[in-house]
Write a protein that binds this ligand. Structure first.
Ligand code: NAD
Ligand code: UFG
Length: 342
């Protein structure tokens, strides 16, 4: 069974490739490397001892994408490729709409041409906007608070429409909460470009001395200690969720959304403490104003994924911190030092 993984050189995509191969799937990767380094795939090849066909292609390049479908008998697609920085999406909205939404249009058209209608899509908890209640179920009203979130909502709608017009489509919309951690080997992990936007990479770069201190964005939320609460999920658990979703797709048609989270919320200060305990490193921090657009509290009810996909997150916060730190320690500059050109 061959799976086309768009964005497979990225953070979640590379970890998912490892799990797919370990479960016996053949993997074909398409990525334009706009936010990743080919070294990640080299390491996936090394970890799995498997050759992975790779195409440096932009999803908007229809001709090149068709060539991939000509050259491989693809059975289903996992669609990670997209731009994901919330702040950047506010300053470059058209770029986000074009890349994420139009890229998905082209992918779907090419899939239809080759008679493939099974796809797992990377959605996000951001589609819940500022949720009215926690834990968040899939029934929570949808709302986007920035262009990045809008692209996720629009793409979800595109898949719903495709199914309404052609009942052969089979789509899993996976709404990720906050993925952190790395493969246990320390060979692949999250490698943000420039200053990290997200909490965990920021914490680990403070711990290793690349950044001076963490700014905690707000301590006046209505949460356990006033700092923002999120549902952090180990990237390997998330990767396994994609395998379960694929298995599900092969037995059904339709469009279903699934929350992938642990169901546990941790505040920023609880994360700092957990990281310090797991790694023995001190993380210096100061309290700063709230980050515009942030919400106070967000964590998942993943009962539906448990019931329908047979998936639950298994790894706890300590393992998430330890694995992040192992990756950071053994790759202080991410993939950059080992840059290899294709
Ligand atoms: P990532 O940036 O590491 O991976 C995305 C990959 O897609 C990158 O390798 C990038 O080069 C590639 N890409 C982007 N646009 C492309 C295009 N037009 N054509 C070909 N390749 C393209 O991000 P990630 O953290 O692995 O996230 C994967 C997906 O999950 C994204 O769609 C993201 O929006 C979604 N998501 C991520 C998070 C998170 O916190 N990491 C949370 C929720 C949802
Ligand atoms: N935070 C800090 N300091 C930092 C970075 C983050 O205090 O330097 C705080 C934030 O205010 C928030 C928490 O840490 O309370 C988590 O922030 P992240 O930026 O790591 O994650 P978000 O929940 O804001 O957003 C992430 C992704 C989005 C995605 C969302 C839901 O960046 O793309 O999870 O999946 F939509």
């Amino acid at each position: 069974m061959a799976i086309l993984v768009t964005g497979g050189a990225g953070y979640i995509g590379s970890h998912t490739c490892v799990q797919l191969i370990s479960q016996g799937y053949k993997v074909v990767v398409v990525d334009n490397l706009s936010n990743s380094n080919i070294e990640s795939l080299n390491r996936v090849r090394e970890l799995t001892d498997t050759e992975i066909p790779f195409y440096k292609i932009d999803l908007l390049d229809r001709k090149s994408l068709e060539k991939v479908f000509e050259e491989h008998h693809i059975n289903a697609v996992i669609h990670f490729a997209g731009l994901k920085a919330v702040g950047e999406s506010v300053s470059r909205p058209l770029n986000y709409y074009y890349n994420n939404v139009a890229g998905t249009f082209v992918l779907c058209e090419v899939m239809e041409k080759y008679n493939i209608r099974k796809v797992v899509f990377s959605s996000s908890a951001t589609v819940y906007g500022n949720p009215k209640t926690v834990p968040i179920t899939e029934e929570e009203p949808l709302c986007a608070t920035n262009p990045y979130g809008q692209t996720k909502l629009m793409i979800e709608q595109v898949f719903r429409t495709l199914y309404e017009c052609d009942a052969r489509w089979s789509v899993a919309l996976l709404r990720y909460f906050n993925p952190i951690g790395a493969h246990i080997s320390g060979r692949i992990g999250e490698d943000p470009t420039g200053l990290p936007n997200n909490l965990m990479p920021y914490i680990s770069q403070v711990a290793i001395g690349k950044l001076e201190q963490l700014k905690v964005f707000g301590d006046d939320y209505e949460t356990v200690d006033g700092t923002g609460v999120r549902d952090y999920i180990h990237v390997m658990d998330l990767a396994n969720g994609h395998i379960k979703a694929l298995e599900y797709l092969f037995g059904t048609t339709g469009v279903e959304a699934f929350n992938l989270g642990t169901g546990n919320g941790y505040s920023v200060l609880q994360m700092v403490k957990a990281f310090e305990e797991a790694t023995g490193k001190k993380v210096k921090y100061s309290i700063a104003p709230r980050r515009p657009g942030d919400i106070g509290e967000c964590y998942a009810d993943s009962t539906k994924a448990k019931k329908e996909l047979g998936w639950v997150a298994e790894k706890g916060i300590e393992e998430m911190c330890r694995d992040t730190w192992r990756w950071q320690l053994s790759n202080p500059n991410g993939y950059k030092l080992d840059q290899v050109h294709t």
